[in-house]
Design a protein around this ligand. Structure first.
Ligand code: ZN
Length: 439
């Protein structure tokens, strides 16, 4: 019955799409508006890539290729574990200052900020993240084999940081003046437990709060993919507690381990939609005191994700019910004379879901820039710094930082620094950013 209720909720989620299908005039109007926006974006991108300024900037990207490679190595070899990005932040601040940005600073959260003043017609934010997933002590020396660089974090997102510097230097070399001011940022806390704390601070507390009209994160890989959807996540640590006791002498008392196990098993019975992609995992576990003691306390960490805020909310609600039910089931199954099982779910990660609409100008500019390079664009969803602006209704996309790479978040992480593909990636980013900032 529980699953039926859940399926019904999923059906309700699908209703809006069905309603749209029954309303062709609205769709036709939306399509017409989108194709007009697409034509305008194609014209803008065409004008920019044909301009002498853009040609100069592209020549600078070409001439700066070796410096880009060196910056990747330099930044990768400064360890930047979660919550310990300060050393890399200082080096990145110095790179911003050397590149001629103004108002260069490290903000109260640890983000590095630098402004490239334009005509003052609004503010466009471009960023890459400084933190890695790797703990302190992970060896970060870069090994080069042919065109490939190997090291933990070499791609994600040291390459994004270096690509950002390359774009700033190319704009400078060409003397490009944008209509909007452009704020370049190295963020902290994008990965894991960082929970987007850097970009969250930037948009909700920092001094540029309320000013951005568009946002880019350089944090994707490959030539075709552009992230327009933010997969949201809810992460919990759930602690089950009980009276404990001797495993032999106190046999028959409630056991928090049994409640937790029941909770995990029931959690894995939840049916989730494939589209919008919605997933879950029970990931880390701990607790207990001794093999011959009924535990007083055990805990598990859970991860739930979806491209849809609604689907994620349904999943989270069901998850919380299941955890309470698991404790109740154990309290009914064994003696509570020394105390009952309690359950405490603690939210340890909360990333909003959302999607920048296909008709948004920033998406249209990216699509036109890709078309101008003859590359078919592919829209993707992922959890990146763009989640925060998207959740605030600010158009945001995550662009590629490198043409080829792999094994992200592993000790074997690598990127290829071959020139032609990576110049293409930088041209795509540059054209999209210039169109959005106004050139
Ligand atoms: Zn990343």
């Amino acid at each position: 019955m529980i699953r039926l209720v859940h399926r019904a909720a999923m059906l309700a989620l699908m209703l809006p799409a069905a309603a749209i299908a029954q309303a062709p005039p609205t769709v036709a109007r939306a399509n017409a508006a989108t194709s007009a926006a697409a034509a305008a974006a194609t014209a803008t991108i065409g004008r920019i890539v044909a301009s002498p300024g853009y040609a100069k900037a592209v020549a600078a990207l070409d001439a700066g290729h070796d410096r880009w490679v060196q910056n990747i190595i330099t930044l990768t070899e400064i360890p930047s574990p979660p919550f310990k990005e300060a050393a890399r932040a200082r080096a990145y601040r110095d790179m911003f200052a050397a590149s001629g940005l103004s108002d260069v600073e490290i903000d109260a959260e640890g983000n590095v900020l630098g402004l490239r003043k334009g005509g003052g017609d609004g503010l466009v934010v471009v960023s890459a993240h400084m933190d890695t997933v790797f703990p302190e002590g992970t060896p970060v020396k870069v090994r080069r084999a042919g065109d490939r660089l190997f090291a933990p974090g070499v791609g994600d997102d040291a390459t994004g940081l270096a690509t950002q510097i390359a774009i700033i230097e190319a704009m400078n070399a060409a003397g490009i003046r944008t209509a909007a001011d452009v704020l370049f940022v190295g963020t902290v806390g994008e990965e894991g437990a960082g929970d987007l704390r850097g970009v969250r601070y930037l948009f909700t507390k920092g001094k540029y709060k309320g000013r951005a009209k568009a946002f880019f994160s350089l944090d994707g890989g490959g030539l075709e993919g552009v992230t327009v959807g933010g997969a949201g996540s809810k992460r919990y640590r759930v602690t089950f507690r009980g009276p404990g006791g001797h495993s032999y002498g106190a046999f028959g008392l409630v056991n928090p381990m049994a409640a937790m196990a029941q909770g995990v098993v029931d959690f894995y019975k939840i049916a989730v939609p494939a589209d919008p992609k919605t997933t879950y995992s029970a990931s880390v576990v701990g607790g207990g005191t001794s093999v011959n003691a009924i535990p007083r306390e055990v805990w598990t960490e859970f991860d739930m994700r979806s491209e849809s805020a609604e689907a994620l909310a349904i999943l989270e609600k069901r998850f919380l019910q299941i955890m309470q039910q698991a404790a109740a089931t154990e309290n009914a199954a064994r003696s509570v004379k020394e105390g009952a099982i309690t359950v405490e779910p603690k939210l340890i990660g909360d990333r909003p879901a959302g999607r920048t609409p296909p008709g948004a100008q920033i998406v249209q500019f990216a699509t036109a820039a890709y078309a101008a390079e003859g590359i078919p664009i592919r829209f993707e969803a992922a959890s990146t710094d763009s989640n925060i602006p998207i959740s605030l209704g600010i158009p945001a996309i995550t662009l590629s930082r490198v043409a080829t790479g792999g094994r992200g978040h592993s000790l074997d992480e690598w990127v290829s620094v071959e020139k032609p593909g990576n110049l293409k990636v930088k041209r795509l980013g540059l054209a999209t950013i210039l169109a959005t900032a106004g050139m």
